[in-house]
Write a protein that binds this ligand. Structure first.
Ligand code: SF4
Length: 186
């Protein structure tokens, strides 16, 4: 048998003259290195997120610095800051407008749990209205933590099966949120 090696991000079996790998692996590697983030920043955590784009942290080193402010051209929703209950339907609409496959990063205590604002007006975590893939702790998290969160998203994306979005488990997840799955046209 051939040798199993890692070529960049792609695990493959190499023989002289050709390389054998799986479609899942190639597409996972391509997707994980070309995420287009949509920043949904509402308060102080948003400022930390902006710092992660500045030259000293330089999120562009991943080659995916192209922020998208249109949900239709984004596949990573980054929610940074306090989300009021009034704003929750807007956040959900933005999520729904993004095409599959899509991922969500919750940055900071407010987005993840309401943070210190245990009040009538603040949503106690965005996972009450949309599914979240990775949570970044902190109030505020440092840019290094935000970048770590993005790298965790990349690891998820890289290893996600192409079939996951069609699976009954994924459909159940969306059903729990009353979100229509646009993949199977329902
Ligand atoms: S977690 Fe802290 S820093 Fe982030 S938005 Fe809330 S109060 Fe501001």
């Amino acid at each position: 048998m051939g040798k199993i090696t890692a070529e960049g991000n792609v695990e493959a079996i190499n023989y002289e003259g050709f390389q054998l790998t799986r479609l899942d692996t190639v597409i996972g590697a391509a997707r994980s290195n070309s995420l287009w983030p949509l920043p949904f920043a509402t308060s102080c955590c948003g400022i930390e997120y902006m710092a992660s784009m500045a030259p000293n942290y330089d999120i562009a080193r991943f080659g995916m610095e192209r922020m998208s402010f249109s949900p239709r051209q984004a596949d990573l929703l980054i929610v940074a800051g306090t989300i009021s209950k009034k704003l929750a339907p807007v956040l959900r609409q933005v999520y729904e407008q993004m095409s599959e496959p899509k991922w969500v990063l919750s940055v900071g205590a407010c987005a993840s749990s309401g943070g210190i604002f245990d009040t009538y007006s603040v949503l106690q975590g965005i996972d009450r209205v949309i599914p979240v893939d990775v949570y970044v702790p902190g109030c505020p998290p440092r840019p290094e933590q935000i970048i770590d969160g993005i790298m965790n998203i990349q690891a998820l994306v890289k290893h996600e099966s192409l079939r996951r979005r069609y699976s009954p488990e994924y459909k159940d997840l969306l059903d729990n949120y009353n979100i229509e799955n646009d993949i199977d046209g329902k």
